[in-house]
Structures are given as C-alpha cells and as structure tokens.
Design a protein around this ligand. Sequence first.
Ligand code: TRP
Length: 447
Amino acid sequence: MRESFGSRFGVLMAMVGSAVGLGNMWRFPYMVSEHGGAAFLFVYVICVFIICLPIFFAEFVVGRRSQSNAFRAFEKLAPGSQWKWVGFVAITAPVIILSYYSVVGGWSIQYFFKSCTFGFTELVTQEYLDSMFAGFISSTWAPLLGHTFFLILTALVLMGGVKSGIERFGKVMMPILYFIVLAIAIWTATLPGASEGLSFLFNPDFSAITPSVCAAALGQAFFSLSLGYGTMLTYASYVSKKENIASSSVSIALSDLVFSLIASCAIMPAVFAFGLNTQGGPGLVFQTLPYIFSKMPFGGLVAILFFLSLVVAALTSAISLYEVGVAYLTEERKMSRKKAVIVLFVAIWVVGVLCSLSFGPLSHVKIFGNIFFDFLDKLSANFLMTLGSLMVVLFVGWKMKKPDVFDEFTNGGTLRGNVRLFRILWPVLRYVAPVAILVIFISNLIG
Ligand code: TRP
C-alpha cells in the first residue's frame, strides 16, 4: 500500500514546507535587489498568479489523478506515449538542484553554529562580515562539512517515511519559522530610514522591466513554488481524493508569496537604514543579516533562531526534492526506502562537492562563463524548470482528456467553486500559460 498524508493541515504544511525555503529567504531577497526592487516584485506577483498557479493546478491534477511517482504518472495517464520522458526529467532534475541547494543549506548550518557562539553580537563592520563570508565559501573544508551534514539530516528525515517523517516535521517547524521572520521584519520597520527600503520594495519604476527581469522573476516564481520538477506532483500523489485542489494550491501559493515578502521586509529596509550595499548577490542573507543582528536588541538570540529556522526551511524543501527520487526508486526499481535514500545520497553528495568547491579551489573551472554552482542554478531556474513546467501544462491542456481534468479538479463535479473556476482555467492552461512561458523563455534567450 502507498503511504499518504494523514491530515489536511499536514498536507498543507508539507507543501508549504517544500515551497518555503532558501528560495524565499536567500534567493528572493537578492533577486529583488539585483533586479531593481519593486519592478521585479511587480512582475513576480503577476507571474505567480497568472502563470504559476495554473501550473500548480496542473501538477496537482497529474499527481493526484495518477497516484504515482513522477515517472509513472505520465506513463499511467498517457500509456505508451513519449510523455514518460517528461517524467524522466522530473526525476533527474531534482538531483541537480538538490546538490547546490544542499551547499547553501550547509552554509546555513555553519552560520547557525557561528551564531550559537554569539559571533554576531559584537559590533562588527559590514566589511568584516563580507570578507568572513567570502573567506568561508571559498575555503575547502568548512562548506563541505556543512553540505555533508545538511544532506545527512535530510536523508535521516526521509528514512522516517511520509507520515511520521515528512509530515510531522513540517507541521511543527513551519509555523515557528513564520513567526521569527515576521518578528525581524517588524523590528526593522521601526528603524530610522527604513521607509526608503520599503519604497525600494513597493514603489515600482516600470521602465526597469526588461526581458531579463521578466525571465528572472518567472524563474524565481518557479523555484519558489517548487514547480516543474515533479515535487508538487509527487506530494499531490499522496493527497486524499477529498481535498480541494484549488483552495489548497491557492493557500500554498499565497503563503509562499507572503513569506517572501516578509523576508524581504526583514532585509531590505535594514539595508537602507544602515546604508549597506543593495547589490547583495547570493551572500545577502549571510552578510547583511548578521550585521542587522549585531545592532538589534537580543540580536544574538534572534540570530540563533533565525539561522535555525533557515536550516529548517531549507530542510523541508530539500526533503521534498529528495522524495521525488525516493518515490521513483522504491516504486519503479523496487528498492527499499533505505537503499533508495543511500543511492541518491551518493549522487547528490558528489555533485554537491563540485558545487561547493567551485567557490574556491575549482573557481577557475567555468562553464559558459559561470562557475559550476551558478551554472547549475541558472540551468535549473531559467531552463529546466521552465521546460518542466511547460511540459506539465501542455500535458494537462492538450494530452489529458478535458472530462478527466475536470473530474479531478472539481472532485467529480461536487465542488461548485472549482466548476466555475475551471471555465477560466481551461483556456489558461491550453493557451495563456504555455504562450506566456514560451515568450518569456525565448525573449530571454535572444536578449
Ligand atoms: N521551493 C524551494 C525553495 O524556495 C526549493 C524547491 C523545493 C524547489 N522543491 C523544488 C525548487 C522543486 C524547484 C523545484 O527554497
């Protein structure tokens, strides 16, 4: 018998746990600051509602209808067709993303340990924190140790299975995380000079919207909502037939969006208030936040809580990525759960080691002008996820039969609101979403 989630709240928290992660706290703030603040945010919100929500519905439909892992799902719903290759990509891609995700998870663990020794309480300068971060990620052993430790933690939760491992973990930790980041955001809002940061975030300069801003926003939205890689599809396959696909997806997307907003409200106003550099880059969370903590009352304690929750958020997302492969190996290759976890561990760990070293000893190795880490990040967010998402909407819109999609989306026609929503959703799935994804994708390639 396949395992499934035990409760409605548990399902939601597991999916929110997958969505909310380093994408919100680490990637989102630096994407916002690199791509012009409010203009990026504006495009991002549009991407979430017009493009990503329909894709979310589509992944949900495929997963729950097939009740299978990402590979089997396509094969089951379209037997004998070439669509199974989409499933195949959906299985291998998470390994790619997880390998560099785990490296950043490892940084978070190391920063958690640093905060435990109250390393961020004395009045440090920004230069000091910058060079500490640069020195840390370019060193050989400390980041490797973090990466290894992070991956081991993820593997341990996964061995516990769906209900007792994944579900129990998310249920407790996700609400705590929200609370901490909200508290930091409220504190930074009271800083003198914070308003400039808020206007950077919320007062858009529409002329700053370029194809590359759109592509970055869409890529970020895919990344943050865990789309295109079979993650939500796999989780959806554990969801009960009674659940409402539309309302669950909307709550998950909203929680994720709100979380990203709170995280940037915790960071950007402080960046302005303290006159720090807005072009933070991937180090923003690790360089800027510790500085903020050093100025905050009880900052030492807040730092500990913050980095702990960062690790937890990263873990729940990593777990969801890992589970895609585990579901495949246990169901299709008949491996035991334990063996599947170990096989994947080896693959992810090795690629992760290369990512980690690409900041230091291997920094001279460039692929298309990027170090290995950046190459994998761009490959997945701007290319593979786009492709994966495009395939899922095309599959649901053009390959599955309309009555089947309708049946799954509306629980056999019993959910009135969903029946109405379906009328809009269907053309969006068939035309609007695929065309929008293609346009953004191509315009980014050309220019
Ligand atoms: N959404 C997660 C985050 O924001 C990362 C993640 C989990 C992910 N599963 C995914 C990204 C699947 C892409 C695809 O941190």
